[in-house]
Design a binder for this molecule. Structure first.
Ligand code: ADP
Ligand code: MG
Length: 332
């Protein structure tokens, strides 16, 4: 197959989403006027961001779109049309690309069941003598009057996290062959790495209600991403590390490999959970909805004035984080 065969097969498999007058087929996609106000892009390079011996092609496509879906969720938005640029290097053939695009459709169906505005509307295709790469640019629409910025956190807001962090990092550890596969833990964590489920419905609901004062998705690791909010909002924070929920499988892998799980909780990226700051008088609303929808939500800390810095506490003591690595020490 050549490039044009591939594009026409992608076109056959693709339905232009709502809000799109024309998807694949002309020099540019044509969208309804004034509909989308968010735009994000991610690039994934083979052997830097993905390895084809760790994940299937379908899962590589899934992860690629998941990262962009998570960015839109973290702005409190609904996802919209996206374009896919792909550089086809050695060993990647058209059927592999089609599997990747199928993975993008699958993550869409899995995490955005009612996402009629979400879909592939174009892209660019090239061959390359270097590593293969994928790049997605995804539009979105703020679900509320305003997007949710990183910069809105206020002193006394509560720090709230969805889900259990560290699952993707532990899954990656397993993929790297650190431990003999144990069916009790292996599949769930490798799945967390290969097919992360960004909190698209939670993010758009929060944005629609205007509940978080600030929000970010955990893509670099909880501590690093909290750092981005703290810096943008010019505040400090105290994190109660013991209030961060721990996935039993992560604890199991940590124990089996003779290490602590805290570095995975605070440093593991790509879980695509949402970390937000919530004014105290909006906490009831979020708890009620989380209970009704079965969303795992935890209050893990509080926002402080900027001169107090960021403190991580566990068992009544301050935890010194070494940001460069997975090591940490205690101070009293
Ligand atoms: P041009 O030379 O104008 O860039 P292309 O031949 O690259 O045109 O693209 C033709 C059509 O196919 C365009 O509508 C483009 O958006 C679409 N397209 C190209 N590559 C991809 C891809 N990887 N995924 C989806 N659509 C694509
Ligand atoms: Mg082109």
């Amino acid at each position: 197959m050549d490039e044009f065969d591939l594009i026409s097969r992608l076109n056959e498999q693709t339905v232009p989403p709502e809000g799109t007058r024309l998807g694949i087929g002309d020099d540019a996609a044509v969208l309804d006027e004034g509909r989308f106000d968010l735009l994000t892009t991610d690039v994934l390079v083979e052997d830097v961001h993905f390895r084809r011996d760790w994940c299937s092609d379908e899962a590589i496509g899934w992860r690629a779109l998941a990262a962009s879906l998570s960015d839109i969720a973290a702005m409190g938005g609904h996802p919209g049309p996206y374009v896919l640029s792909i550089g086809i290097g050695d060993g990647l053939d058209d059927p592999h690309v089609e599997s990747m695009v199928q993975g993008m459709r699958r993550v869409s169906e899995a995490v955005v069941p009612e996402g009629a505005e979400l879909g592939l509307v174009g892209g660019d295709t090239t061959s390359t003598s270097g590593p293969s790469f994928l790049s997605i640019a995804l539009l979105g629409r703020a679900a509320g009057d305003e997007p949710v910025w990183r910069s809105g956190a206020e002193v006394d807001d509560r720090l709230v996290l969805t889900g259990c962090p560290g699952r993707s990092a532990a899954g990656l550890e397993l993929l790297q062959g650190a431990l003999a596969p144990d069916p009790e833990t292996h599949d769930g964590l490798v799945e967390a790495y290969c097919r992360p489920r960004p909190r698209v419905r939670t993010g758009s609901w929060l944005g629609h209600r205007g509940i978080p004062s600030a929000m970010i998705d955990v893509s670099d690791g909880l501590a690093a991403d909290l750092g981005h909010v703290i810096e943008a909002s010019e505040v400090g924070a105290r994190v109660e590390v013991d209030a961060i929920p721990r996935a039993p499988r992560v604890e199991h892998v940590a124990a089996a490999s003779d290490r602590e799980s805290i570095p995975w909780l605070l440093g593991g990226g790509e879980d695509f959970e949402l970390l937000m700051t919530v004014p105290p008088d909006r906490m009831d609303e979020i708890h009620r909805r989380a209970e009704a929808e079965d969303w795992p939500i935890s209050k893990i800390g509080v926002i402080l004035p900027s001169d107090e810095g960021v403190e991580y506490r566990s068992q009544g003591r301050t935890l010194e984080l070494e940001t460069e690595g997975y090591e940490h020490t205690w101070t009293d």
